[in-house]
Design a protein around this ligand. Structure first.
Ligand code: ADP
Ligand code: MG
Length: 291
């Protein structure tokens, strides 16, 4: 028996920084000498761009539309430091199920035993967080990913999406589904962002794996079509991604989260709304202002 393959899924609201975080994580894991595949499962199909100088790659679904039989090797492209890049793709806009690409692509890879053949250490699925249909739940439901991490900022809609993800994970947790590894707190910086996310993880029985600051270095790197690990390897931000990678490489045990029910989540949001209003009105000092 060869080494154990670690299969991870990263979920989170659209635009929250999943692909940015995932690509930097893949790059940092590859730097550590691990054999990594990044599997984009968002119909936007841009997950792996910054691992390949900003270039898009043909998706599994597009390739399947053009030819009846597809060899997995035809849809795997090499990225930064030999990372294997794949994009599942989506249906033609307005037609069909967006989760279909994940199911089809994952099945193709399983049939052809690709993860074993490539002798991978880590596969990371970059998945949409608004778990609106069965397809997006595939990595959780089918136990394809063993560990799920969610990327969330302190914005309510992002926390709301993470809480919904927790509901999905809990639902399948007794039937061999994936469990939660933790929350990757992204775009930290605004007053109370850490406190809000810390309170959310405390209420849901989960934990923050890493705090990732909002950083102009990320923007600059993205504009060059690269990850921060590649474009600014000496930066403080690159160190944060390396720290995340070390924790994820060492991560062993995931848990079933305890999502908040609708009323509890509303109450929680109302509490923070009052708190932030008090800060804005100068009744309470923000943590940054404390001496
Ligand atoms: P998603 O994959 O969740 O849809 P992306 O990873 O594409 O989101 O990120 C959306 C935008 O946010 C990108 O322009 C990205 O550069 C930016 N972004 C993500 N994380 C950070 C960060 N920590 N600091 C600055 N910009 C970020
Ligand atoms: Mg993305």
């Amino acid at each position: 028996m060869s080494k154990k393959l670690k299969q991870i899924a990263i979920y989170g609201k659209g635009g929250i920084g999943k692909s940015t975080t995932t690509s930097n994580l893949s790059a940092a894991l590859a730097e550590m000498g691990l054999r990594v595949m990044q599997f984009g499962c968002d119909p936007k199909s841009d997950s792996t761009n910054t691992l390949r100088d900003g270039k898009f790659i043909p998706t599994v679904l597009d390739t399947l539309r053009e030819q009846s039989a597809v060899k997995a090797q035809e849809v795997i492209f090499e990225g930064f430091r030999g990372i294997y890049c794949v994009e599942a793709g989506g249906p033609s806009p307005g037609v069909g199920c967006a989760g279909r690409g994940i199911i089809t692509a994952v099945e193709l890879f399983k049939q052809q035993r690709i993860f074993e053949k490539l002798d991978l250490d880590v596969v990371i699925f970059d998945v949409l967080g608004d778990v609106v249909c069965g397809g997006f739940a595939v990595p959780i439901r089918e136990g394809i990913a063993e560990h799920v991490f969610t990327v969330s900022s302190s914005d309510f809609m992002s926390i709301y999406a993470s809480n919904n993800l927790f509901k999905g994970i809990s639902k399948y947790s007794n039937s061999g589904g994936a469990l939660l590894g933790g929350v990757i707190a992204n775009s930290m910086g605004p007053p109370y962002s850490r406190e809000i996310i810390n309170d959310f993880v405390a209420k849901t029985g989960t934990a923050v794996v890493e705090y990732i600051p909002r950083s102009i270095t990320v923007t600059q790197s993205e504009l060059q079509g690269k990850t921060t690990i590649e474009a600014a390897p000496q930066s403080a931000q690159a160190e944060v991604y390396r720290s995340l990678a070390r924790k994820i490489a060492a991560h062993e045990i995931s848990k079933t989260p305890a999502p908040m029910e609708a009323a509890a989540l509303r109450g929680w949001a109302a509490f923070w709304a009052d708190r932030l209003l008090a800060v804005e009105q100068g009744k309470v000092m923000s943590p940054g202002e404390q001496i």
